[in-house]
Design a protein around this ligand. Structure first.
Ligand code: ATP
Ligand code: MG
Ligand code: MG
Ligand code: MG
Length: 559
């Protein structure tokens, strides 16, 4: 490729709204351009690298025996009604109507589509196990698009879905994906942690997140380098509602929180807007009390609420039956909820001090509205883990860091197959629901995460697997015939074997050097004065080493 024929609009500076290094560098290196909030165009260089990320993922999926399909980006509402997620998904879903007034959405995820394909086309256990995947554009109307392509409203995800007959089968399909995700991140040279994760509104029973370690990560993770225990805050909090009190005690210790001194802090830490909270509840179990904030405007019944809060098998605690709590809190009928967030635990006695209901202080627990009816002092009640505290499993010091969630895998069980009636005939000829897993990894987000971990003050330092060009050839003075000739000769020779960029622009050499450093080409061959003696300078992007070599030695040196 000749730079003169390329579309490389590099910039000295990025716009002020680019808060993270990866966002700044992607703009400056001419990888992307913004079209609207959270919506980007990839320019040739950016798209080239994006496809490399995509192909590494594809490669590992194919290697794991998965089959690639391509679902539609636009999805009919009917399927989402069947899975009962049309309302549950809330404002994050882009919705539209066709000319016949039928409802559709731009797919934020594809469980429904894949389940539908399989239920209509796969009939026997003999076809199992099967894992299908796609590399597809997803649409999510994020509340706060930011960090460039890291949290955008249109992005590319590789999402895969496994179908199995038995729990053991699901475990093994899940493990295969778990290992494939590790290989993907290793091929990209990323430093990462895998954390046990909350399954959120996906309704699964088991899930892991793949977190790239980075200061700009939006998740707090804790991990033990000794025994490998790791968790993120969401999981640690949601597990406090789990069924084993032993586990609760352990995970409660590991809830990581920032400094919280007011309900506004709690809300911002949980990324909920107080204005959205339509209900707050107090929940008692296992001798602990939980404050639950409920936001959004979607209908949910008691059974569903229990499921979301993972409370189906709670034991009566402190003499309070779960039913009694429910009726006392007044949500035996339908209530409205989009997501429930448990924000703290506290012993019942202490709790009474700050819980009120209606407009009257210190009276009851029904319909109390945090902020309007009371301002709890929560600081003392959320436990936190600090770097160096001891791991509950092995007593070694814990590490804490920020992580970018790049991948997320779930065991879904029969959640979708039950609702969508996706069954197969088993060996005995009996119809049974399929057991599913789902596996997502963000292509664009991965690209940005790689930049976060690999850059210096001059620009991007691509790992080998992603470098847009392997070598660039830079003639220092294009007015000198011998330099041009040598550069052209080298270019013809090298391009047979390598992906080469020849910077034939009539620009000052300083500008060229800056551009090639910025876009992160791993090796620069500089053709200058020494061209007369058939010598060129070779420079490496990562360690800044330079040496003068004979032209004949170039190929050998590059190998
Ligand atoms: P987040 O917690 O960051 O909002 P998520 O948990 O909603 O992500 P999943 O539904 O688990 O995301 O999707 C799988 C993967 O898709 C994520 O791990 C991430 O890599 C990618 N992804 C999700 N949302 C976005 C987005 N808005 N922009 C870019 N990539 C995204
Ligand atoms: Mg999200
Ligand atoms: Mg997440
Ligand atoms: Mg996720």
């Amino acid at each position: 490729m000749r730079t003169s024929r390329y579309f490389l609009p590099t910039l000295r500076e990025a716009s002020n709204e680019a808060e993270t290094v990866s966002h700044q560098l992607m703009l400056r290196a001419g990888l992307i351009r913004k079209q609207a909030s959270g919506i980007y165009t990839y320019l040739p260089l950016g798209y080239k690298i994006l496809k490399k990320v995509e192909n590494i993922i594809r490669d590992e999926m194919d290697e794991s025996g998965c089959l690639e399909i391509l679902g539609p980006a636009i999805q009919p509402a009917e399927l989402w009604h069947e899975s009962q997620r049309w309302n549950e998904f809330g404002d994050e879903m882009f919705r539209l109507k066709d000319r016949h007034d039928r409802d559709f959405c731009l797919g934020p995820t594809h469980e429904e589509i894949f389940t539908d394909i399989v239920r209509n086309n796969l009939k026997s256990y003999k076809n199992l196990p099967m894992t299908l995947y796609q590399v597809q554009t997803k649409y999510r109307d994020e509340r706060r698009p930011r960090f460039g392509v890291m949290r955008s409203r249109e992005f590319i995800m590789k999402d895969g879905y496994s179908f199995d007959l038995s729990e053991d089968g699901l475990d093994s399909s899940y493990q295969i994906m778990f290992n494939a995700y590790k290989r993907i991140l290793e091929r990209l040279d990323l430093k990462y942690q895998i954390v046990d994760a909350d399954s959120g509104n996906m309704g699964g029973s088991h899930s892991h997140e793949f977190m790239v370690i980075s200061e700009v990560g939006e998740d707090d993770i804790i991990y033990c380098s000794n025994c490998g225990y790791s968790a993120n805050i969401e999981k640690a909090i949601s597990q406090t509602m789990g069924s084993q009190s032993e586990k609760n005690t352990k995970d409660l210790k590991e809830v990581v929180t920032p400094d919280v001194s007011s309900i506004d802090d709690v809300a911002s830490f949980l990324e909920v807007e107080l204005g959205n909270i339509v209900k707050s509840m107090v929940y008692v179990a296992h001798g602990k009390t939980y404050v639950v904030l409920v936001k959004g405007n979607h209908q949910i019944n008691e059974v569903k609420l229990k499921k979301i809060l993972n409370t189906t098998d709670l034991e009566p605690a402190d003499g309070l039956q779960i039913k009694a709590i429910n009726s006392e809190l007044g949500f035996t009928g339908p209530i409205y909820l989009q997501g429930a967030t448990i924000i703290c635990d506290k012993e019942v006695e202490k709790m009474k001090n700050f819980v009120v209901g209606g407009n009257k202080k210190d009276t009851h627990l029904i319909n109390c509205n945090i902020g309007r009816d009371f301002t709890p002092n929560i600081t003392a009640d959320i436990r936190s883990v600090n770097e160096g505290e001891l791991c509950a499993s092995c007593n070694s010091p814990l590490s804490k860091s920020k992580g970018i969630e790049v991948g997320h895998i779930f065991k879904l069980g029969n959640k979708y197959s039950k609702n969508l009636k996706a069954t197969v005939l088993n060996k005995e000829g009996k119809e049974v629901p399929l057991l599913m897993g789902c596996y997502g990894i963000g292509v664009n987000r991965l690209l940005a995460a790689v930049i976060e971990q690999n850059h210096d003050e001059n620009g991007i330092i691509w790992p080998k697997a992603l470098a847009p060009f392997q070598v660039s050839i830079i003639p220092v003075n294009t007015k000198k015939e011998e330099q041009n000739k040598l550069a052209e000769d080298l270019y013809s020779k090298l391009k047979i074997k390598y992906d080469v960029m020849l910077d034939d622009r009539k620009e000052r050499v300083g500008v060229k050097f800056k551009d090639h450093e910025l876009i992160g080409v791993p090796v620069q061959i500089v053709v200058g004065k020494n061209a007369l003696e058939n010598k060129v300078e070779i420079k490496y992007r990562d360690n800044k080493e330079k040496s003068l070599i004979d032209v004949e030695e170039v190929v050998e040196t590059l190998d």
